[in-house]
Each structure stands twice: as C-alpha cells, then as structure tokens.
Design a protein around this ligand. Sequence first.
Ligand SMILES: Nc1ncnc2c1ncn2[C@@H]1O[C@H](COP(=O)(O)OP(=O)(O)OP(=O)(O)O)[C@@H](O)[C@H]1O
Length: 278
Amino acid sequence: MTEAIQIDHLSYTYPDATHPALADVSLDIAQGEWVAIIGHNGSGKSTLAKNINGLLAPTSGQVTVAGLPLTEENIWDIRAKVGIVFQNPDNQFVGATVADDVAFGLENRGMPRDEMIVRVDDALEQVNMSAFSSREPARLSGGQKQRVAIAGIIAQRPDIIILDEATSMLDPAGRLEVLQLIQALRERQSLTVLSITHDIDEAASADRVIILNDGAIKESGTPAEIFARGPELIELGLDVPFAERLKHALISRGVNMPAHYLDEEGLVNYLWTLHSTM
Ligand SMILES: Nc1ncnc2c1ncn2[C@@H]1O[C@H](COP(=O)(O)OP(=O)(O)OP(=O)(O)O)[C@@H](O)[C@H]1O
C-alpha cells in the first residue's frame, strides 16, 4: 500500500538560525489515516507542514507525498494532492459568494464550466452548505467559513488534507462542526488527514497522535496511549484532556482510578460504578 506521506530523516534549519527547527524527523502516514501533530509553541509543527507541501525545502532528508518525491519538478503535482486549511477563516476567501469561492481553485486549473458546476455543488453538499451557495462568505459563522474553505479543497479532490490550526479560532460549536465534518468526509472517501493542533479534542479525534518537541518526535501513539501520560504531557507544556486532569486530581485524593485513558464518557461511567458500590 502506498503511504500518503513518507518523511525520511528530515531536518530543516531556517537560513538565519543556528538551531534546527526540525532535527531528523522520520514519519510515515498511511493513506486514509488521521494523524494529529501536537507540541508546544516553537516545537516545529508549522515547519513540518511547510516541508510537506514544499513551501520549504528540507536542509537534509526526503519527503514523499502520494508516492512522489518532493522536488522542484513535482511540486505542483504534489500541491494538487494536498489541500491546507489555515487558522484564520477570514483570510481564506477570494470569491464574492460561497459558490464562487469554492470554484476558485478549479477556475485556476482551467476546468470546463460544466464540470466545475458539478464539482462545486457536490463539494457544498458534502460540507452541508448547499443552502448558502449564493451567500457572501463574510456573513457566515466561523465554523461555516471553515466548512466552505474545506469545500474549496475537496472540490479539487485532494488525497490529503492538512488542518493547520484550522479550528483554533473557532468557538466550541464551530470546532465541533469542523471535526464532525472531517469524520464524515473520511467515512465517505479515503482521505488522509494531518492535523496540526493545540486542541486536545481535535487530537483525540485522530487515529494517531504525534508529539513534537524541540524539532523531534518525542512520542507517537493512539490518543488513549498519549493522553494516559498526563503528567509527562504537562511537563512538555501541553494541554491534557479535562477527564485526564480530573482523574489525576481524584487519584491524588486517594480515589482508586484505572491507569488507562478514559475520555469524558468513560470517566462518567467509571464514576457511576464507584457511586453504586458506596
Ligand atoms: N522564518 C523563521 N526564521 C527563523 N526561525 C524560525 C522561522 N519560523 C520559525 N522559526 C523557528 O523555528 C522553530 C519552529 O517553529 P514553528 O513555527 O515550526 O513551530 P510551531 O510548533 O508551529 O509553533 P506555533 O505553535 O507557535 O505555531 C522555532 O524555534 C521558531 O522560532
């Protein structure tokens, strides 16, 4: 099976820097996998994303995307396979209406109008925004704006979507909207998702979580494996899910709690069993 993204011994040092922003990072992401990269400010997350879509060229090492080595000749083919949703929904709009905006990338590729209309309608339907196609993007909520930005990407039928802090400016409802959309898209098509995030709920939605620390991979595992290391995460300056923090607070007060990771629902269910045996 082709890996969606292969990163082999990637190092990157900014031209004016003495310390590498990425140091010997190796990572394979399978087609259809959802991987979340977490790490404190300055750990190298954005630098990694920029090395994956060719905005930066590795100082050493190799990046391969959908089987294509990232080189100057392949860069446009690779960018057609990788869509990036950025942090600020307001900076992503170019069209006067939602439909124009979703069509923009297709127009740039010179797609015939008939095919373009079908793709735009299909993409808006997939993000549940068909009813808004003639609206002005500026008047939408944050979550709706990010859904339109995602429609603009899926209209181009990429293999990989990178969410670069894509939910960080949204309120909790908007964040949930976007995460549920990504889940739904993945159920319908084999989409590889790489989310770079500070948001612990977004990381918890992934198949695998990778912790970057000082430009290197510190840990990699399922969300449950990673979040079970609560105190270690706090030491790395990372957020810990509410349920995990509560569990540790209860342990420190002498309550007997399971060692494995519990999400909120799991914690509530466990606390009920304690209550019923008292
Ligand atoms: N243009 C640049 N020139 C020099 N150094 C840079 C540049 N951009 C980033 N760096 C440095 O590279 C390291 C990694 O930065 P990067 O932005 O990739 O981290 P990050 O994990 O994405 O941080 P954040 O969560 O704040 O976005 C940091 O030490 C940062 O100061």
